[in-house]
Write a protein of this length. Structure first.
Length: 204
């Protein structure tokens, strides 16, 4: 494969193009180590060597660092690695590597996410947030069912009512209507909101 272009992308990092297509990013010293120059032929065996000895090792370390920094979904980790301009096969292999050690677990991520937010967010809001993060719907449904089995959404509704300084005993019809509309927009069910409001003075 012919090296058709070497393009700087950082102070010491360069994009390498093979046969007109972007292939990978290497440091200046690695270009010298593998004798990579524009117009030169790069054998398939050397490309595999670069993938295995350089890119994969770097991607594994990057993936581990990203997960040490904070818990992430698989899709979020993949996106970070893609932003680092790692080839698709290297992204796949790095993800499998960290998953094999138990560092990547969307089911655990979803349950932790639900538990940390169920006291302030509706199921609908949590579902939307997890879907946006790339968590599979079936894992989200299982996490929500497990975490909401005991108390449902009452705690979240109660906290929002307190934050809004809503007092059912003093609220007029318009105020009550507005709070129901607000809760509906937040994704809470009417019956759940009504139940909390009816028992608000007892539970507050």
């Amino acid at each position: 494969m012919i090296v058709t272009k070497i393009e700087p992308c950082a102070k010491t990092k360069y994009k390498v193009f093979l046969e007109g297509e972007f292939a990978f990013v290497l440091y200046k010293g690695e270009l010298s180590r593998f004798h990579i120059r524009e117009g030169e032929d790069l054998s398939e065996s050397l490309v595999r060597q670069i993938h295995d000895e350089v890119l994969l090792k770097r991607a594994k370390l990057r993936a581990m660092h990203l997960l040490e920094d904070m818990d992430r979904t698989e899709e979020a980790l993949r996106e970070k690695l893609r932003q680092g301009m790692y080839p698709p096969d290297i992204v796949d292999r790095a993800v499998e590597y960290v998953r094999s050690f138990g560092y990547l677990n969307d089911e655990r991520y979803a349950e932790n996410f639900v538990r940390s937010r169920q006291g302030t967010k509706s199921r609908k809001e949590i579902l939307a947030a997890l879907l946006k993060k790339g968590v599979p719907r079936e894992l989200i449904d299982c996490a929500i069912e497990a975490c909401y089995k005991e108390r449902g959404e009452e705690d979240a509704i109660r906290k929002i009512l307190k934050k809004k300084r809503f007092d059912p005993g003093d609220a007029d019809e318009n105020e009550t209507r507005r709070i129901y509309a607000y809760m509906a927009r937040k994704g809470f069910r009417y019956d759940d909101v009504r139940q909390v409001i009816q028992n608000y003075e007892v539970d507050a």
